[in-house]
Write a protein that binds this ligand. Structure first.
Ligand code: TRP
Length: 473
């Protein structure tokens, strides 16, 4: 045991420090229990105190047993979540507030940064394009290191985009499109390569589903993704089940990540327990690896160190906090991130939608009639109980799902503002507002269905074939 534990502590990440403190604490307890000589116990205690101090210096927090460093903690492991806090992790989204999750609080808790007007203006200057309405309306609201991506871009250094989807069922709903619609815009305005991971392995591990089914859903979902309009010359879509065995780079990176993350760490980040299957425990490395350009030698000409930008919903952040923690230790740049809010269920913003409840959302396969019925019957309304009251007091836009959906899908800023005002003042009734939403969604879904029909198995195959894209590296 080294006398001074400080020599190498600076190079440790907060999570590693956390573990060292935990181990040392266990050691002290064992020595005491085993009635070890006093000077041996004293030395171990000194070491423990010194480790705790390093931990505090590195994280700004006191060490607490069982509570890993805050910016890496997932809120769902019970210990870290306070009573009135929202629950947000890759598997759950829950809040008691009808307006939805408190995203400003989430930024503080996750330790990410707000996408503010300055950043949006900078994106506009860099690309010369009007910022997407998802940016203007705070739908993509949080980021990590986006300024670094822009610094590099302004210095003519390229980057690439990475996003993904867990193919849990054949049916995708409009909420699933949000990250893809935004990614498509990013691909267009920055003109960079894009990789899309379909985690069929993840869904097999987590759901009651055969491998074959998961793989089939991956290919079906790929059609909906392609129908968003991605450029086949600039986009590589891959199924984990397929690509892992054929790539010379992907699996190497997975193993690199696996070597640098302990079971304790994934327990802390994802809330895994001793009885979770080992497939789940090692899965985070598989979602991490596409953040490194060497996972795609065919696209990047074997180059490492091409920086990655990941647009995703905020619930995926735990995977990438882990990735960012590991990256410097395996000599790779940390991926940057852009986080979106959740798409609310028709029943209200308290929870994320579920693909298994057909009434919880509008599906990409819905007919115009189904869209109309669902919105009229299920879209939670911020209107008043009677017309008289509504006229007198007005509707509540903050909890009204039709207003929320229009914020996602009605591109015309002036029209949206006018609807909100008219609804708030009571001039516009709930039925009238729903009619606007129906008339917005019907053509949008119909157009998607039309484009999806054009996506043949042959087209899917093109997108999913490992190959060089239209970029030189
Ligand atoms: N785990 C994600 C899901 O269940 C899928 C995914 C894989 C992903 N890689 C990603 C999502 C990168 C966003 C960004 O949907």
């Amino acid at each position: 045991m080294a006398d001074s534990p400080n020599c190498d502590l600076k190079s440790l990440s907060p999570l590693q420090l956390f573990e060292r403190v935990t181990e040392q604490g266990e050691k002290v307890r064992a020595l005491k229990a085993g009635k070890a000589p006093k000077d041996e116990i004293d030395a171990a205690v000194r070491m423990l105190l010194s480790l705790k101090l390093s931990y505090k210096t590195a994280t700004g927090q006191d060490y607490q047993a069982g509570l890993p460093p805050k910016d890496l903690v997932l809120i769902n492991n019970g210990t870290a979540k306070e009573e009135d806090e929202d629950l947000v992790d890759p598997w759950n989204v829950q809040t008691s507030n009808a307006k939805g999750v408190d995203y400003d609080k989430l930024i503080v808790r996750f330790g990410s940064s707000k996408i503010d007007t300055d950043l949006i203006n900078r994106i506009e200057r860099a690309t010369g394009k009007r910022p997407h309405h998802f940016l203007r309306r705070g739908i993509f609201f949080s980021h990590r290191d986006m300024d670094q991506i822009l610094d590099a871009y302004e210095n003519k250094k390229s980057f690439y985009l990475y996003t993904g989807r867990g193919p849990s069922s054949q049916a995708m709903h409009v909420g699933h499109l949000i990250p893809f619609l935004f990614t498509k815009w990013l691909q267009e305005v920055f003109d960079v390569p894009l990789v899309i991971q379909l985690t069929d392995d993840e869904k097999y591990l987590w759901k009651d589903m055969t491998i074959e089914k998961a793989y089939e859903y991956a290919k079906e979902n790929a059609k909906d993704i392609i129908a968003c309009g991605f450029d086949v010359n600039k986009t590589f879509i891959f199924s984990d089940l397929d690509y892992l065995g054929t790539s010379s780079g992907f699996y190497k990176n997975i193993v690199r990540v696996q070597k640098h993350v302990t079971f304790n760490q994934v327990k802390g980040i994802f809330g895994f327990t001793d009885s979770d299957c080992i497939g789940k425990i090692s899965f985070p490395a598989i979602q991490a690896a596409p953040s490194f350009s060497s996972s795609f030698p065919q696209i990047f000409n074997g180059k490492e160190n091409i920086q990655c930008l990941i647009p995703c919903a905020i619930d995926q952040d735990p995977y990438f906090r882990m990735t960012r923690d590991v990256a410097p230790r395996i000599g790779q740049p940390k991926p940057a991130l852009l986080h979106s809010v959740f798409f609310p269920a028709l029943q209200g913003a308290q929870t994320k939608m579920s693909a298994s409840d057909p009434n919880s959302s509008i599906f990409l396969t819905d007919t115009p009639k189904q869209i109309k019925t669902k919105i009229n019957k299920h879209a939670f309304s911020g209107g008043r109980d009677t017309i008289e009251e509504h006229r007198k007091y007005g509707g509540n836009c903050d909890v009204d799902v039709s207003i929320m959906y229009l914020t996602f899908f009605l591109e015309d800023d002036a029209r949206l503002e006018q609807l909100k005002q008219a609804y708030t003042s009571g001039e516009l009734l709930t039925g009238e507002l729903k009619k606007v939403l129906i008339e917005t969604m019907q053509p949008l879904i119909a157009a998607h269905q039309e484009r999806r029909k054009q996506v043949t198995d042959e087209v899917v195959k093109q997108f999913m074939t490992p190959r060089k894209l239209a970029f030189e590296f």
